[in-house]
Design a protein around this ligand. Structure first.
Ligand SMILES: Nc1ncnc2c1ncn2[C@@H]1O[C@H](COP(=O)(O)OP(=O)(O)OP(=O)(O)O)[C@@H](O)[C@H]1O
Ligand SMILES: [Mg+2]
Length: 330
């Protein structure tokens, strides 16, 4: 589906609304009140669709000062974020290039979200590990300040080691699942030899014990997956530092397409793809390849300022003007 309109008419707003309705949060901001129209009291985003033969109605409402509410087929959900475990929507926006060119924390957050989708049973692992690190850090500071003995750190070190090892193993698993498809999709888009390499070791009890003096001094745990990174490289070159803008964009696209394929393989349901401003920076050949790939990947919405940017006939063409979205003849 191609969504067209001049700059500033609301194409990104439309994609954001679909993301809010299907995932329970905005890809742009974690501050829910920012999705409300200026001057309005609340916002409501609702979508209906089908998964196989099953109809699905999703609705998310946000009211200033009241928080969010989500409903699935009329039934209220405990938290809007629950939608994420029920429906998969993957989004490309230029903001998300941070996954490739941003600091390690951006990649950790991305891959941990993928982990949650691909292995729902392990979805809480990153949070549980983060909580264990926070507890160990608090114990380190208490011991350093003389408010408790060092032995009080021990149980938290054990927990950091156990959950840390589990988290590293889970992340390696995610990378192993994504890498082959990511390499293929990237090569198809003209970026050869893409690899995903995990940088970090599981934090063993021995390594944590060896780091104790340093950790006491800093009041923080100096090793473990909360500090690890994933190196995205092409032909051995780290794309974070050495990739061109276009290469970074292709790598992110390849990653999202690989994620979509993996989700489809695992669950039998392809995710909804929202690709915002993806075409403008790609050369015509790459746009053609992307259009063909996206067509076979389930349902996708692609935005562009001009329909001629998509070198394929979309199944549906939507024209956005301020405040309205109309179906146009493709
Ligand atoms: N909370 C809000 N309430 C009202 N208007 C808003 C709000 N947030 C953003 N806008 C406005 O919505 C307009 C449309 O923005 P949007 O980013 O969707 O345009 P676009 O069609 O994606 O443009 P471009 O082609 O430049 O990406 C902008 O002028 C923006 O200032
Ligand atoms: Mg936009």
């Amino acid at each position: 589906m191609l969504v067209v309109g001049p700059n500033g008419v609301g194409k990104t707003n439309l994609l954001e609304a679909i993301h809010v309705a299907t995932q329970g949060f905005s890809p742009r901001t974690r501050t829910d009140s920012q999705v409300i129209r200026f001057g309005a009291e609340g916002a409501r985003a609702a979508v209906s669709g089908r998964r196989g033969e099953v109809r699905m109605e999703l609705e998310v409402t946000v009211r200033r000062g009241e928080g969010k509410r989500a409903r699935l087929n009329g039934a209220s959900l405990r938290a809007a974020e629950q939608l994420r475990s029920m429906v998969s929507t993957l989004v490309f926006t230029p903001d998300r290039l941070g996954v490739v060119k941003g600091p390690p924390a951006a990649r950790r957050a991305y891959f941990d979200r993928v982990l949650g989708r691909l292995a729902p049973a392990r979805a809480a692992l990153p949070t549980e590990y983060g909580a264990a690190v926070a507890q160990r850090n608090a114990a380190l500071r208490r011991a350093a300040g003389g408010h408790s003995g060092r032995e009080a750190i021990e149980p938290w070190s054990e927990r950091v080691a156990a959950l840390g090892a589990e988290l590293v193993a889970a992340r390696l698993d995610v990378l192993a699942q994504l890498e082959p498809a990511c390499t293929d999709r990237a090569a198809e888009l003209g970026l050869d030899g893409v690899t995903l390499r995990y940088e970090g070791e599981p934090p063993t009890p021995e390594a944590l014990a060896a780091a104790l003096e340093r950790d006491l001094e800093r009041g923080a745990t100096s090793l473990g997956p909360h500090l690890d990174d994933v190196v995205l490289a092409a032909g051995g070159r780290d794309l974070r530092s050495f990739g061109s803008q276009g290469e970074q964009r292709l790598a992110l696209l390849a990653l999202l397409l690989a994620e979509a394929e993996t989700i489809d393989d695992r669950t039998g349901v392809p995710p909804l793809l929202l690709l915002d401003d993806v075409l403008s920076e790609l050369d015509p050949e790459r746009r053609r390849i992307l259009a063909a790939r996206v067509r076979s990947a389930g349902q996708a919405l692609v935005t562009a300022t001009d329909p001629s940017l998509l070198p394929a006939v979309p199944d549906q063409l939507l024209e956005v003007t301020p405040g309205t979205v109309l179906e146009a003849a493709a």
